[in-house]
Design a protein around this ligand. Structure first.
Ligand SMILES: C[S@@+](CC[C@H](N)C(=O)[O-])C[C@H]1O[C@@H](n2cnc3c(N)ncnc32)[C@H](O)[C@@H]1O
Length: 232
C-alpha cells in the first residue's frame, strides 16, 4: 500500500541507497533497540544458540548480527543494497561474508541457512512476496525466517515515514510502504512458510523513556516480529 496517503510530514523522499548512504553515520544513534531487538528477545522460537548459520537480509551496519552473535549464533552472512552501510558492517566484523545486493535476489546459496532474518527493511519494498520467496529459497530443512517490521498501524497513525536528518539539518524520508498484517500472512503462506510465532510491540514505558514525545501514542502497536517455519 502507498504511504503517501498517510504522510503528515511531507519530507522530500529519496531512494534507499541515497537515504542510507547519508544516514549511515548517525544511523545507530537514532534507531531504537526497543523497536526490533526487544521483540526478538521476546520470541520463544527460534532458540538462538541452536542456530548454526544465518542469512541476515538488509544487514545494514551489522546491528542485528551483533545481537545474534551475542545470542550465540555461530555463522552469519549479510546482504545489503547500500555500500556505505556494508562498510560499517565490514569494520564491525560480525559477519562471515558480506554481499552487496538486493534482499529479494541475494545470490547466497539455496537451502543453506537454518535462520533467515530480516529486520526493519520490508517497509522499503513495494511487494513483500519476492522477499518471502527468497527467504524460502535460502532456507535449509526446518529453518526459521524471522522478520521484524514496523507495525502498519503505527505508520498509518503517526503519518511518519522512515526518515533521518541530513548533514544540512534537513529531515529526509526514505521511500516507505505500508504492509498490512494480511500482506505478510499471504506472502508467507504463498511462499510455503508456516507461521510459528507473532509478537507485537506497543508504545510502553520503555518507549516513552527514549521518546517522551510519543507518550501520546501510548499502547499503540508500533512493531511486530514474525517467526515463520518451513514445513519440513
Ligand atoms: C533500517 S536499516 C536496518 C538494518 C539492520 N537490519 C538493523 O536492524 O539495524 C534498513 C537496511 O535495509 C537495507 N535495504 C533496504 N532495502 C533493501 C533491499 N531491497 N535489499 C537489501 N537491503 C535493503 C538498507 O540499505 C539498510 O541498510
Amino acid at each position: 500500500m502507498e504511504f503517501s496517503g498517510f504522510d503528515t510530514r511531507g519530507y522530500r523522499t529519496v531512494d534507499v541507497r541515497t537515504g542510507y548512504g547519508e544516514w549511515v553515520e548517525s544511523y545507530e544513534d537514532t534507531v531504537e533497540d526497543v523497536m526490533d531487538l526487544a521483540l526478538l528477545e521476546r520470541l520463544v522460537d527460534p532458540v538462538w544458540p541452536e542456530v548454526e548459520r544465518a542469512a541476515d537480509l538488509g544487514c545494514g551496519t551489522g546491528r542485528t548480527a551483533k545481537w545474534l552473535r551475542d545470542k550465540g549464533v555461530a555463522r552469519i552472512d549479510g546482504v545489503d543494497i547500500t555500500p556505505e552501510m556494508l562498510d560499517l558492517a565490514r569494520r564491525r566484523g560480525v559477519h562471515d561474508r558480506l554481499v552487496e545486493g538486493d534482499a529479494i535476489s541475494t545470490g547466497l546459496p539455496s537451502a543453506s541457512y537454518d535462520l533467515v532474518i530480516c529486520s526493519l527493511i520490508d517497509e522499503h519494498l513495494d511487494d513483500l512476496r519476492p522477499l518471502y520467496r527468497e527467504a524460502r529459497r535460502l532456507a535449509a530443512p526446518n529453518a526459521a525466517f524471522v522478520l521484524a517490521t514496523f507495525h502498519p498501524h503505527f505508520i498509518m497513525t503517526s503519518g511518519m515515514p522512515t526518515h533521518y536528518t541530513n548533514a544540512a539539518g534537513e529531515d529526509v524520508a526514505i521511500s516507505t510502504n505500508v504492509h498490512l498484517i494480511s500482506d505478510h500472512a499471504n506472502a508467507g503462506l504463498q511462499a510455503g512458510w508456516r507461521l510459528a510465532e507473532l509478537q507485537e510491540g506497543v508504545i510502553d514505558d520503555a518507549w516513552v523513556a527514549v521518546k517522551p514525545k510519543w507518550a501520546k501514542f501510548r499502547d499503540h502497536p508500533i512493531s511486530a516480529a514474525y517467526t515463520w517455519r518451513t514445513n519440513g
